[in-house]
Write a protein that binds this ligand. Structure first.
Ligand SMILES: [Zn+2]
Ligand SMILES: [Zn+2]
Length: 269
């Protein structure tokens, strides 16, 4: 969807959220929607973004899949689609305006360009407002909530628009966190204090019995996305110690992964 952004001009990162830098190519991704925080039931591919003053290694991943919820996926698609339509109208208006200026009259050409810019801007604002209307109150923005700056050769960098998700992601990767800015450190401290101030009401919680190997396999087979399946497999392998059951879990996950690849191949052939 937004794949083209991978080669876009370097951007200023200020509006995207504090930079989270992880000294590894491997990192933990919290299993929640990075936009609204809901349970994810889909995925969003985030293309790498070049940023001013930030090196991007040749062998950096060009895109990453993040768990996302369908509702947020819909507002991101609407928001980014708005920009594409308006860019098309602007380009068409410019070309037509130049042609009219050369062939008919320069003022007529300028009027045409100004009119096209006005229509494109009006449409952009209108469609962005429609995208914003699809957001939940917890969404920090109608645009993508995740920015991936790629692998620099020594660290992977990210920015998240949601302060809560920023703190969760940084906490899940604490041991590999490097170059934390003052803003990020303050955010992490605030998150820690807020959690201590709101203790979990343990007395009202009912803890269900742990899942059996069979139940984990069913969960893995029914997982709606690849990320959800890997998340379940990871948790299952932490809980299940029996060697036979562990290899059954791995077999179930492999079967499901291969089935997805086979479906893709069948669609291509
Ligand atoms: Zn969401
Ligand atoms: Zn959202």
């Amino acid at each position: 969807m937004a794949e083209g952004r991978g080669d876009a001009t370097p951007v200023s990162t200020a509006a995207l959220g504090p930079i989270v830098e992880i000294a590894s190519r491997r990192f933990a991704v919290p299993f929640q929607c990075p936009c609204c925080g809901a349970a994810p039931d889909s995925e969003l591919t985030i293309p790498v973004m070049r940023a001013k003053g930030r090196a991007l290694a040749e062998d950096s991943a060009k895109r990453l899949d993040f768990p996302y919820c369908r509702r947020c996926l819909a507002h991101v698609e609407a928001f980014q689609g708005a920009g594409v339509v308006s860019a098309g109208i602007t380009l068409a208006g410019l070309l037509l305006g130049v042609a009219v200026a050369l062939l008919v009259h320069s003022i007529a050409g300028v009027v045409m360009i100004v009119a096209a810019l006005g229509v494109a801007y009006g449409l952009l604002m209108n469609r962005r407002a429609q995208a914003a209307a699809k957001c939940s109150p917890a969404c920090p923005s109608a645009d993508t909530a995740v920015t991936y700056f790629g692998w620099s050769g020594s660290s992977s960098s990210f920015a998240f628009r949601s302060p809560t998700y920023t703190a969760r992601f940084a906490e899940d990767n604490t041991t590999k966190l490097v170059n934390a800015s003052r803003g990020l450190s303050r955010l992490l401290e605030g998150h820690r204090v807020a959690r201590l101030a709101v203790p979990t009401p343990a007395s009202t919680m009912v803890v269900p019995p742990p899942r059996t190997g069979r139940e984990w396999i069913e969960r893995i087979e029914k997982a709606s996305t690849r990320i959800a399946r890997r998340h379940d497999l990871h948790n299952a392998l932490e809980m299940i110690q029996d060697t036979t059951e562990r290899s059954e879990l791995l077999r179930a996950a492999t079967r499901a992964e291969l089935a997805a690849v086979r479906t893709k191949l069948e669609r291509l052939s």
